[in-house]
Write a protein that binds this ligand. Structure first.
Ligand code: XMP
Length: 310
């Protein structure tokens, strides 16, 4: 594929779709939404309003970091504090698909509707990629950003039109475009991180306490495996507890799973053969987090597992 032509065509298409109107987009700092932000700004300039929605499910320091990276390339990003909205939508919800649904509804029916109203926009630019569409349509997993392909007309349902410039690309193609657009390496080579964020890495109900644990464990894993060359790595908090010993006392503690995979496009994956020393080091650091007394390494390929746990 000629990615220069792809960029030109998408910029043209965005201009045509939005006309002389205003559009918004939500930037998470992942490669997909970052590329959409760049394409949208090329096409619309300051008629695109870019927001970072803090949904309480992001990684350590992520909101401030993403805003800073984009300010460095000249794109202003407004931080929206929607933490309480997401936490209350997730309260008491344990079923994986219902969790995803609650996040989708909060994004599309609450937060985006509000932002569209406030900004006077009628268009939402969106980082949906081909794999998201295929997996949702195939019934494997409802990706949070799929609407039209499962029969939801956003115009009718929410009052804005969705524009999806990346829907013909897979992750490898999106990275090519990111490099071409001059995005910093930390964005173009960034490991995938799902839209529903840390909620996909907590089995069972999402609470602030569990988010804090998985956020801390994620920071450890990402630091330890930054140079691993793996496709994706993460920490997952299981719903059960296990018996352990701390300070010579019995403790019924939390269980964290380390997942690290090799993959090309996330449609299939295998566990990375990490060195034993590295595994031990990660285990030691994870079990130093208060309340966590077990760390497991997940060997399961996709299929039968998926990459995320929820
Ligand atoms: P699964 O868990 O479906 O993950 O095997 C495949 C790839 O997609 C990412 N993922 C998502 N990305 N919205 C996204 O933008 C989502 O709802 C979502 N769910 C999973 C996952 O991190 C992996 O790279």
């Amino acid at each position: 594929m000629d990615y220069n032509k792809f960029v030109e065509k998408q910029v043209e298409d965005i201009r045509e779709a939005v006309g002389d109107g205003i559009a918004i987009n939500a930037l998470s700092g992942g490669v997909d939404s970052s590329v959409v932000t760049m394409l949208g700004h090329k096409a619309l300039g300051d008629r695109l309003k870019t927001y970072f929605v803090d949904n309480a499910l992001m990684r350590k320091g992520e909101p401030e970091h993403v805003v800073r990276v984009f300010s460095d390339v000249g794109i202003p990003v407004e931080l929206v504090d929607a933490r309480e909205e997401f936490l209350s939508a997730l309260r008491g919800v344990t079923d994986p698909e219902q969790k995803r649904q609650a996040i989708t509804d909060t994004f599309y029916a609450d937060v985006f509707v509000r932002l569209v109203k406030e900004s006077g926009a009628r268009y939402l630019l969106h980082g949906t990629i081909l794999t998201d569409i295929e997996e949702t349509v195939d019934g494997i997993k409802r990706q949070h950003n799929i609407l039209e392909q499962i029969g939801i007309d956003p115009e009718d349902a929410y009052g804005y039109t969705v524009v999806e410039p990346l829907k013909t690309l897979r992750k490898d193609g999106v990275r090519e475009v990111a490099r071409l657009l001059g995005l910093p390496k930390e964005i173009s080579e960034r490991i995938p991180f799902p839209g529903p964020a840390l909620a996909t890495r907590i089995v069972g109900e999402v609470t602030e306490e569990k988010l804090e644990l998985v956020r801390e464990a994620t920071a450890v894993v990402e630091e330890e495996l930054a140079d691993s060359g793996a496709f994706q790595y993460m920490a997952v908090l299981l719903g059960d507890r296990a018996t352990g010993i701390r300070d010579n006392k019995r403790e019924f503690g939390r269980i964290i799973v380390l997942r690290c995979i090799e993959s090309v496009d996330a449609r299939t994956a295998t566990a990375t053969q990490l060195p034993w020393d590295k595994l031990n080091q990660i285990c030691e650091r994870i079990t130093s987090i208060e309340g966590v007394n077990r760390c497991l390494y997940d060997l399961t390929p996709k299929p039968p597992a998926t990459v995320e746990y929820v």
